[in-house]
Design a protein around this ligand. Structure first.
Ligand SMILES: Cc1ncc(COP(=O)(O)O)c(C=O)c1O
Length: 423
């Protein structure tokens, strides 16, 4: 047998063979932090975990029982790439509830919302192509953007969501540079990680811009139903009125179970055909067991009741997090006050770097968060962090933020001791 100097454990053995898309892929910081959630001594505000503990055991038993009794062979079988028809019918209902009218033929089931993002980028982006995304953007989308070697231009947000006026500016600048963006990826409702929602006025203006400039929009809407206050706003999909400039993504992860890994995309027929081919390459079809589970659950229960219960829990948890931040954070810190979703985005004084802060927060104070840099592809976000409230009970949230406050105070003292200015 040929003896190589390098063992299978040495990355150098493979480095010259890795494709450029594998060499340049950047991990989602969120995923890296996932293991911390398993350490019992750590309070993790880093995860994006929905509260799956409120899903009743009897509901689960009943659904699984019916699945086994009436649909076992089909549930264990391959299914169509576009997903089971009855599930797509249910998705049409869920979308209608979100104010997004679609027909079953507009929809393809995906393996979570994550695959819907992957397929959208894979279908449109060549290496080096420019895309627009909010800054910060969804940390889980970062590996999709880097896998397909996209150049991401971040567009800032404020309290009313994406700065749509800056989208126009970016379009003009990028056109002049000869690299018009292939698409805009946006999360209008309860942004992850930004915690803000795009105003109605901006939604309308964004659709006007899309129509004027033929800008393709990928609207990622996993949180539309996770609203604890305020009135729902129309989706970009709906405002587009079938003009074909919006691709709509969503998921059952936040309204039912992320473990089911069932999401979907709604798109114009020509786009859906290409995405279908991409999905054939990726996984042939989404799990039929999971699709059946969702169908049988939705046949028997009103999913809106369950979401209503979740939203009551999340509202109290959000309030607990906001109260604790008020008590523990320095006066120069700022944070969003989301009307829904799972996250608060906090910005600390710029002399604090949250990537460094995380190391001491975890090791010395046993608390974790997502550092802001994980939500940017251009190195920004160093003064910010994402805090999750959905997966952590109120008392634990308060304790977590108390620990975070200690870590922040310590780092501020260190900065002062090193002669740094503190305004
Ligand atoms: C904005 C956004 N898109 C997509 C996803 C992925 O959804 P799924 O868990 O269904 O893959 C998430 C999950 O947190 C998300 O926040």
């Amino acid at each position: 047998m040929h003896e190589s100097a390098l063992t299978p454990g040495d990355s150098a053995r493979y480095d010259s063979r890795f494709a450029s898309r594998a060499a340049g892929i950047v991990s989602s910081v969120m995923r890296d932090l996932m293991s911390l959630a398993e350490r019992p001594d750590i309070i993790s505000l880093a995860g994006g975990f929905p509260n799956t503990e409120s899903f009743g055991r009897e509901m689960f038993d009943e659904v699984v029982e019916v699945l086994a009794r009436d649909h076992l062979a089909a549930a264990l079988q391959y299914g169509p790439t576009e997903g089971l028809l009855e599930l797509r019918e249910r998705i049409v209902e869920v979308m209608a509830h979100d104010g997004a009218r679609a027909g079953v033929d507009d929809i393809m089931v995906t393996s979570g919302g994550q695959q819907a993002i992957d397929l959208s980028i894979r279908t449109f982006v060549n290496p080096g192509d420019t895309i627009l995304a909010e800054g910060p953007t969804y940390p889980g989308a970062v590996p999709c953007f880097t896998t397909y070697e996209a150049r991401v231009e971040h567009i800032p947000m404020d309290g009313d969501g994406l700065r749509v006026d800056l989208v126009e500016e970016a379009l003009a600048r990028l056109a002049a540079e000869g690299r018009p963006p292939k698409l805009l990826y946006t999360i209008p409702n309860f942004h992850n990680p930004g915690g803000v929602t795009m105003s109605l006025e901006r939604r309308e203006r964004l659709i006007e811009i899309a129509h004027e400039h033929e800008l393709l929009i990928v609207e990622d809407n996993p949180y539309g139903q996770i609203r604890f206050e305020g009135e729902p706003l129309p989706t970009l999909w709906e405002l587009d009125e079938g003009a074909g400039w919006v691709i709509y993504l969503s998921t059952f992860s936040k309204i039912l179970s992320p473990g089911a890994r069932v999401g979907w995309v709604a798109a114009p027929a020509a786009v859906l055909r290409k995405m279908n081919l991409g999905k054939q390459a990726a996984d042939l079809c989404s799990s039929t067991i999971s699709q059946r589970f969702v169908i049988e659950y939705m046949r028997r229960y009103d999913w809106r009741d369950y979401v209503g219960r979740l939203n009551d829990i999340y509202r109290s948890r959000r309030d607990a997090l906001l109260r604790a931040l008020e008590e523990e954070m320095p006066p120069e810190a700022a944070w969003t006050r989301p009307e829904g979703g799972l996250f608060v985005w906090a910005t600390l004084p710029s002399y604090l770097d949250t990537t460094h802060l995380l190391a001491s927060a975890v090791e010395k104070h046993q608390v974790a968060f997502v550092p802001g840099r994980g939500a940017y592809l251009d190195g920004r976000g160093g003064d910010s962090m994402r805090l999750n409230f959905s997966g952590v009970p109120e008392a634990v949230l308060s304790e977590g933020v108390r620990r975070l406050g200690l870590a922040v105070a310590e780092m501020t003292d260190l900065h002062r001791a090193l002669g740094g200015d503190i305004p």
